[in-house]
Ligand binder design. Sequence first.
Ligand code: PGA
Length: 364
Amino acid sequence: MSNIKEVISDKNYELTGFSRCKFGGEFTECNMSGTKFIKDNIDGSWLIESSATGMGLDRVNFSGSCFSSCDFSNVEISSCKLDGMTLNGISALELLEFYKQNHKENNNMNRELRKPVMAGNWKMNKTRPEAVKLVKELAAAVDTEVKCEVIACVPFTDIESAQNAAGVSFIKVGAQNCHFANSGAYTGEISAEMLKEMGVEYVVLGHSERRQYFGEIDETVNKRTKAALSAGLKPIVCVGELLWERECNITEEVVARQIKLDFFNISADEIQNCIIAYEPVWAIGTGKTATEDQAQEVCAYIRSIIAKLYGQNIADGIRILYGGSMNEGNVEKLLAEPDVDGGLVGGASLKPQAFAAMIKAASV
Ligand code: PGA
């Protein structure tokens, strides 16, 4: 902004210095030390009363400035130093601390609304004896009260052995897929009813590896989800964007489309028996975890889509998990986010000590 006159939009104001001037411009890097911003009672516009000198408003330093009755919605503030700054007489740092605390309390409230879930996705790992060993080691490794739901989604061949090993412990045994037909000429497939008959409660559907390697598409995820629900199973439906989709800035479009298609024609009653797992494909098995902010952003967005489709009550009750290189080192931060209700864990669920630590983190 080179010339102050260019941004004076209402010349009716008295122009003494910058006192009572009305500006409609963008101030970048100005030195506004000693400046007061006052909201005009008459038309709500901003008045600037300033002792600043010179015409150049470049290089703003707001130290010593006074902002009263400001509306900062949609303002982005980056790289700021806040110490010494007060808002309505309260230190900005104290406010931030209060916000963090409050955020935690909100999260505790969400925990009351939604029981956290730690689901292990064993993928194509473990023979029956190995499965028995892993389940037993996990049961023994957890030494605190378990306040989350723990599910081990094992290969079909391990289901019965894992169930026996789990016994009456906190570990539930789930499956990793099911077919959409009840029975018939589908060589190599397993139906939802077959799983139900085995006492399985949860089944993972639409995992990105199934989408990537086995031709799974949203239409078939939808059919499988319906079949699982009619058999009385609880689907854990996976959604998530590819790396290039994130880079093209279409993560929201991608997950919204998946949610709408995967849950097409699924009723409000039925969706309450579903869990959604947000798994950014670029984070699965790569060691690259989404940051807690990224995870929160998409999980909250998914919740907002559910709210639009089914109403806020249903959205508030549905559990949304994060998955993708979740481990004992990052679990706490991820679970501290208000819309992240647990994890779908691959690699780390095969390590009893690591998974036990994650169960503990979800049990606070
Ligand atoms: P990961 O897998 O934890 O090994 O990244 C997660 C998943 O595929 O569900």
